[in-house]
Ligand binder design. Structure first.
Ligand SMILES: Nc1ncnc2c1ncn2[C@@H]1O[C@H](COP(=O)(O)OP(=O)(O)OP(=O)(O)O)[C@@H](O)[C@H]1O
Ligand SMILES: [Mg+2]
Length: 362
């Protein structure tokens, strides 16, 4: 059966990129089985440095033209290549914390502080790349997991009530998902297990709502079964290990993936076809835009006085910009970080208002 690419799809992308896609068997199947089928999720595994995040960039470069993107920020600055995708960016950060972007952003960018975990998914902007920047704003892994659990519990509830119809179809991309949900292997805590189950249920239910998940983790067994078993697609990168009884296809491909370069990978699609059998698929490299730095300031779980005293020295020269809880109360408007919109010529820069500076110095 021949696969025809719809004209509405080709119009969204540069002709060269579409040409490369339609001239490969993988590209055509990827188009038909994954790109244009909203709600189809993928799970990507591979050892550290095997190119998982780069493969994710390849997928998101397509998807961001077709769906709203919600992307988990690992805090390692590996979201930077997304700034080159020509889409506006919204950072969602915990209320009371600050994100400073230095350098000239190649796209429109706003920073939105979110008052409570249950509100994150209500702040999503349709057709934007929405970045959940949470990880670097927590000192304690466990506190972060509780916060993230609250986000996803409310996500499931609200999705069921069709509250997200305003921004679907969408892709929720969880890089380093093991750090978010934990697993039987890495994190046996109760909260991690429950978050894992919530996520698994979310994936199952979201398909009908045209919301897909991309989960990325170092090992197949890093995520609870219910999460990984609800993704009909897989990305296999170097060092993936999987028992035959759990997934015969990944098990077969993992033999090839013992040694390969970071640009190489294998993809399994929902119809069971897998690509890279003869020789691995080779994916492009996505560089960071030059000269951009992100600074995460403040810890959401350390808003008590004593803890704040311990943290301030760690912030180095940004310590002066961190806010103590009592100072937060004294800011009349409570708008700690006003959204910063980047117009054409202005680099995105958050300036502390003069009155706050005076307050801190006094
Ligand atoms: N397609 C590619 N072309 C060229 N180099 C690549 C490609 N993909 C990955 N690399 C190289 O491998 C490095 C690691 O890639 P990446 O950050 O995607 O790995 P990762 O599996 O996400 O690692 P981690 O588990 O530490 O997050 C990149 O910095 C780059 O040097
Ligand atoms: Mg990575």
């Amino acid at each position: 059966m021949s696969i025809k690419v719809a004209p509405w799809f080709t119009r969204l992308f540069p002709p060269e990129r579409v040409k490369r896609l339609v001239h490969s068997e993988f590209g055509l199947e990827f188009y038909q089985q994954f790109l244009i089928r909203h709600g189809v999720s993928m799970f990507i595994t591979g050892v550290p440095d095997s190119g998982k995040t780069q493969l994710d960039c390849y997928i998101l470069e397509w998807l961001c033209q077709l769906e709203t993107i919600v992307k988990w920020d690992t805090g390692k600055e590996d979201i930077l290549p997304l700034f080159n995708f020509g889409k506006p960016i919204q950072f969602l950060i915990p209320w009371g914390c600050k994100l400073i972007i230095r350098g000239k952003m190649p796209c429109e960018c706003i920073i939105t502080p979110v008052m409570a975990p249950e509100l994150y998914f209500s702040m999503i902007r349709k057709d934007w790349i929405n970045i959940l920047s949470i990880r670097n704003f927590f000192l304690e892994e466990e506190e972060m997991k509780k916060y993230v659990r609250a986000i996803f519990r409310h996500f499931s509830l609200r999705a069921r009530l069709d509250e997200f119809d305003g921004w679907v179809p969408a892709c929720i991309d969880l890089d380093e998902a093991h750090a978010i949900v934990g697993s039987g292997r890495i994190d046996k805590t109760d909260i991690a297990q429950k978050t894992g189950q919530d996520l698994g249920n979310s994936i199952k239910e979201s398909r009908k709502k045209k919301i897909r998940f991309i989960l990325i983790s170092q090992g197949y067994y890093d995520l609870p079964g219910i999460s990984r078993e609800n993704t009909p697609c897989y990305g296999v990168k170097r060092g993936t290990i999987c028992e035959r009884r759990d997934n015969p296809r990944i098990n077969y491909l993992s033999g090839f993936a013992r040694e390969c370069e970071s640009r190489h990978g294998w993809i399994i699609l929902p119809n069971g076809k897998y690509f890279g059998r003869e020789s691995p698929l080779s994916f492009p490299f996505y560089p960071d835009p030059p000269g951009i730095r992100l600074f995460y300031i403040g810890f959401f779980d350390a808003l008590g006085d004593d803890e704040m005293d311990e943290i301030l020295p760690e912030l180095g020269r940004y310590a002066a910009a961190a806010m103590r809880p009592e100072e937060i109360e004294r800011v009349p408007s409570r708008s700690l970080v006003p959204p910063v919109v980047n117009d054409e010529d202005e680099p995105v820069k958050w300036e502390m208002p003069a009155e706050w500076k005076e307050m801190m110095e006094s």
